[in-house]
Design a binder for this molecule. Structure first.
Ligand code: WQD
Length: 347
């Protein structure tokens, strides 16, 4: 019997591509939908290089409702979807909210509309710890209250979860899990795939590696006056391969009927918080590079600290983040060196 194919939307993106590798490593056949707005076909080659298997690929923009329908008319076997495709830059969402509501919400509705026609489709949603804002208690459990989003990006994740939950309430045969990521960092150990920020990186780790490689002058540390051990903000940095593997465990939970109800939420983190300065120290240790950095004022909208209570994911998903902060930063640095070499070869 032909293995049922898994659809990964945004499968050429940072977390999506690593999840495709994890799915293929588990023997699944993968179909990727990506509109290449924030990725490139080099990523498809990278995936193939790692696993020896080229996923099927459809260059589709999920904002085109008719294109989404014709995809499912063609791929009638697909009833498992991991949905990454979305815009994810917090700052950009503030300056261009409608782009975020169209690209992150309309696309989700079109996908759910098609899946609702099937018997027992299964859906894994890429959400974010940003829905908690600054949680009142740490570590953060899944029962922590969802707070008013600080950005349209964060709002699209909250609204997305509610749309999925409402869909599950009306269709008991439809099963879904929202995965709330903490801070994904690092790259596949082969350095065949990794994070490819377009323009100036907003996130800490790609800015660190681009500074160390000489592409950026120095890292600005956004504030050292937070109520933390060293004054810099604390986050739960999780290796992207640990995160990818958690998606396979979540899908298998639904495939094997282990879910407690047809809509569930899981926090995906290491359970450990690290400050910006601790990340810099770890990077300098694993890379042997001195990282030029300076302390500047806080960034608007940043929270003091966030790290996950991983009990539920560890117990229910039979999954635990195994890789360390050092592992993640080492892989990020190896990837950055490969990117630089490829850029030099192209020029
Ligand atoms: C981490 C820490 C910064 C850059 C966001 C989104 C979240 C997810 C991950 C998409 C903070 C500090 C950063 C820099 C710095 N995105 N920093 N100098 O803001 O925790 O989370 O990205 O899914 O949804 O909210 O991640 O990497 O931007 O920042 O000092 O140049 O590093 O202040 O304390 P963040 P980040």
């Amino acid at each position: 019997m032909k293995t049922k194919r898994i659809l990964v939307t945004g499968g050429l993106g940072f977390i999506g591509s690593h999840t495709v590798v994890a799915l293929q490593n588990e023997g699944y056949e993968v179909v990727i939908i990506d509109n290449l707005s924030n990725s490139s076909l080099d990523v498809l080659a990278g995936i193939t290089q790692i696993t020896g298997k080229t996923p099927e690929f459809e260059n589709i923009d999920l904002r085109e409702k008719a294109a989404v329908k014709s995809f499912f008319d063609q791929y009638t076997d697909i009833e498992d979807v991991i949905h990454f495709a979305a815009s994810k830059a917090v700052g950009e969402s503030v300056t261009n909210p409608l782009l975020y509501y169209e690209n992150n919400i309309s696309t989700l509705v079109y996908l759910l509309h098609e899946l609702n026609k099937k018997e027992g489709a299964r859906f894994i949603f890429s959400s974010s710890c940003t829905v908690y804002g600054q949680a009142d208690e740490l570590p953060i459990t899944e029962d922590a209250p969802v707070k008013k989003a600080e950005s349209p990006y964060g709002n699209t994740k909250q609204i997305g979860e509610e749309i999925i939950h409402d869909t599950c309430k009306t269709n008991v045969d439809f099963k879904a899990i929202s995965l709330r990521y903490f801070n994904p960092i690092g790259a596949h150990p082969t350095a065949e795939i990794g994070e490819l920020p377009i323009g100036t990186p907003q996130n800490l780790v790609p800015f660190i590696t681009q500074t160390a490689i000489g592409k950026r002058e120095e890292l600005s540390v956004f504030g050292d006056d937070y109520p933390t051990n060293d004054g810099t903000a604390v986050r739960d940095y999780i290796h992207v391969m640990d995160l990818a593997e958690a998606h396979v465990h979540a899908l298998q939970r639904l495939m094997h009927g282990k879910e407690k109800n047809n809509y569930e939420v899981f926090n995906l983190g290491t359970g450990k918080g690290n400050s910006v300065l601790e990340v810099i120290n770890s990077f300098e240790k694993v890379s042997g590079e001195k990282l030029p950095h300076k302390i500047v004022g806080r960034r608007e909208g940043d929270i003091t600290a966030a790290y996950a209570d991983t009990t539920k994911a560890n117990n229910e998903l039979n999954w635990k983040a195994e890789r360390t902060l050092d592992d993640a930063l080492k892989s990020a640095w190896k990837w950055q060196q490969v990117v630089k070499r490829k850029e030099e070869e192209e020029n």
